[in-house]
Design a protein around this ligand. Structure first.
Ligand code: ADP
Length: 328
């Protein structure tokens, strides 16, 4: 059976982008087809300025939302990254295989470090090495596939490079994984700024739909989405980024093709209205299940405890093998 690993950072409240780009597929497809692990990758939340209590709260909230999204602990392993030491253990070995040049080429590092500097802040070393820890997350489990949104594909490419390099130098140790982004909505854009992706760690704003937004809030945000000049509903990322984003979201909700959908609509207004209703319906069952789960935090804790135990058992043999192979 193939193995799948993916993760989510507890750096903010989960967004529609996280759901359409990753989490929904984890629940609907991946856990049924593979031996799947889904992790709340809390170590990754420490790479930028953070509030310890908030990270802890957001970790539990993210785990609760994964379960509310339909991830079944009877099928998949759900756990918090920091509960399993193997990630940090393996990350160091991979730092001894990666080069500083390839880390500095990572687009997310360039963007995020520039943002930190422009605010007058300093850049944590962990922001630079973050993709190495992510490689460790994936390689420790021998994952074949990594279902992620578009923004993470460069990091999975790096993971492949590190796995191949390690195997060549020190003997066959790691499975070389591949990224599997979704066909539709691989990069959901901010509704107010369709040039940048909808990201949970971005400043909360009218352009971000959160999984726990009330139906009326979802409607308001989508109806007020920035659209493009002209009136024609056309699928074109360059000249119509706002409309194209809405078409992607609607197609992802309904299971259609975004380009084909553009022919159905004659006005921006009708497209927005249908998109808003589709998103409200998409989120409804997740929100209902979330209400039940927050009432039972002990259940979520127990799922995470068992998940960490299983994850430890699954990763230790590979990480031990890597330690021996590299000469320790
Ligand atoms: P964020 O960037 O929101 O902090 P994470 O880095 O925790 O999200 O990513 C969790 C998963 O959600 C990853 O697979 C990532 O590719 C996906 N993802 C994040 N934002 C988007 C988006 N706007 N569109 C599609 N997928 C996304």
């Amino acid at each position: 059976m193939k193995r799948i690993f993916s993760g989510i950072k507890p750096t903010g409240h989960l967004t529609l982008g996280n759901y359409l780009g990753a989490v929904r597929r984890w629940a609907e497809v991946d856990q049924h087809q593979a031996d799947a692990l889904f992790s709340v990758v809390d170590l990754h939340a420490l790479t930028v300025e953070h509030d310890p209590g908030r990270v802890r709260r957001l970790s539990r909230q993210a785990a609760t939302l994964l379960l509310a999204s339909g991830i079944d602990p009877g099928l998949a392993t759900v756990f918090v990254q920091s509960h399993v030491d193997e990630h940090a253990r393996l990350s160091y070995l991979l730092e001894c295989v990666a080069t500083d040049g390839e880390m500095r080429r990572m687009i997310q590092y360039k963007e995020k470090s520039a943002r930190e500097r422009s605010r007058g802040g300093s850049v944590r070393l962990s922001l630079l090495t973050y993709p190495v820890l992510m490689a460790a997350d994936i390689l420790a489990y021998g994952a074949d596939e990594v279902p992620v949104g578009d923004d993470q594909t460069q990091h999975v490419e790096l993971t492949r490079d590190l796995a191949v390099r390690f195997n060549q130098r020190y003997g066959q140790t790691f499975v070389v994984p591949r990224a599997t982004p979704p066909e539709v909505a691989a990069r959901v854009m901010d509704l107010q700024d369709p040039a940048s992706k909808m990201g949970k760690s971005h400043e909360a704003g009218a352009g971000i739909v959160y999984l726990l937004d009330e139906p009326d809030v979802v409607r308001k945000k989508i109806l007020r989405a920035v659209t493009d000049s002209g009136t024609e509903v056309a699928y074109d990322r360059e000249s119509k980024p706002g409309v194209t984003n809405l078409l992607e979201i609607l197609a992802a909700c309904e299971g259609g093709n975004p380009e084909a959908l553009s022919g159905v609509y004659e006005s921006y207004g009708a497209l927005k209205k249908d998109t808003a209703e589709a998103v409200v319906e998409l989120l409804r069952p997740v929100q209902e299940r979330h209400k039940e789960l927050v009432a039972d935090p002990a259940y979520v804790e127990e799922v995470l405890r068992q998940g960490a135990e299983r994850a430890r058992e699954m990763s230790r043999p590979t990480v031990d093998r890597a330690y021996r192979a590299i000469g320790l």
